[in-house]
Design a protein around this ligand. Structure first.
Ligand SMILES: Nc1nc2c(ncn2[C@@H]2O[C@H](COP(=O)(O)OP(=O)(O)OP(=O)(O)O)[C@@H](O)[C@H]2O)c(=O)[nH]1
Ligand SMILES: [Mg+2]
Length: 237
């Protein structure tokens, strides 16, 4: 199940869904659009795609609650429907849909979590200014150091989980909405002893639509990292 969260992605949704359709086995795999009642009408486009394409499903949520909550709702739906692998990917073409088969293959070859990574050999970013680069690299370095893990890209959101991972880590205990959600899911996966494999990806800045990123998401993630470490040390993670 490919989970595709959307908030005001009117211009990206249809090309993205069709691009995913080229990459997945549509007889077996599903794309789940998770829309938070986007004011720009993205939800209606999702419904049209669902009516046309048997491998598309839509989860409508009442309002914008952040990426983390949208993913949690998607994960629960995916598990309830029996998905063996659950992917997350952004709807703005920052993550290349052509990399989806590689993620699936990595899990099928034994990884419990395949992680698209900008900060391993062969990975990187395109069109990023210095500020954005600093926040992302600095954020991963900060989290990696405090948490004491080897994963290079802790904030990325292009991932493929094996279902046992999502059944094991306590999803409902995750409160973070932004990048913190990505850090926490990967950290919980590592703490539970699962095998995490980083795959190099090139992250391309969004071409159309508006970013939902803001300073509060960064601050939330920064504050949350020491809390995660503290809870792990106390045996609560
Ligand atoms: N359902 C839902 N989707 C969201 C929400 N916030 C962001 N998204 C989607 O999550 C994906 C990533 O969000 P982006 O705004 O691209 O965030 P980003 O990739 O960190 O930042 P930029 O690409 O630089 O704008 C996109 O597909 C968004 O439409 C939300 O609150 N609810
Ligand atoms: Mg983006």
């Amino acid at each position: 199940m490919v989970c595709l969260p959307t908030y005001n992605e009117r211009d990206n949704l249809e090309p993205m869904v069709r691009a995913l359709g080229e990459q997945i086995d549509t007889a077996r795999d599903r794309v789940l659009v998770i829309d938070d009642n986007s004011p720009d009408g993205t939800g209606a486009i999702a419904d049209e795609l669902q009516a046309e394409l048997p491998w598309v499903e839509v989860l409508h949520r009442e309002g914008k609650e952040g990426l983390g909550k949208a993913y949690l709702a998607g994960f629960h739906r995916a598990l309830a429907e029996g998905a063996e692998l659950v992917l997350e990917i952004d709807c703005d073409f920052s993550h290349d849909p052509k990399e989806v088969p590689h993620q699936i293959a990595t899990c099928e070859a034994g990884a419990d979590l395949a992680l698209g990574s900008r900060w391993v050999d062969g990975g990187g970013t395109v069109n990023w200014g210095r500020g954005r680069m600093f926040v992302s690299r600095g954020g991963s370095f900060y989290a990696r150091t405090i948490l004491g893990v080897h994963v290079r890209d802790l904030t990325g959101g292009f991932k493929c989980f094996r279902r046992t991972v999502l059944e094991t880590i306590d999803l409902d205990a995750i409160a973070a909405k932004g990048y913190g959600f990505q850090i926490e899911t990967t950290y919980r996966t590592l703490r539970a002893g699962f095998k995490v494999v980083e795959i190099p990806i090139t992250f391309v800045d969004r071409r159309v639509g508006e970013s939902k990123m803001d300073g509060s998401i960064v601050v939330e993630a920064m504050l949350q990292v020491p809390v995660l470490r503290y809870r792990a040390l106390r045996g609560q993670l």
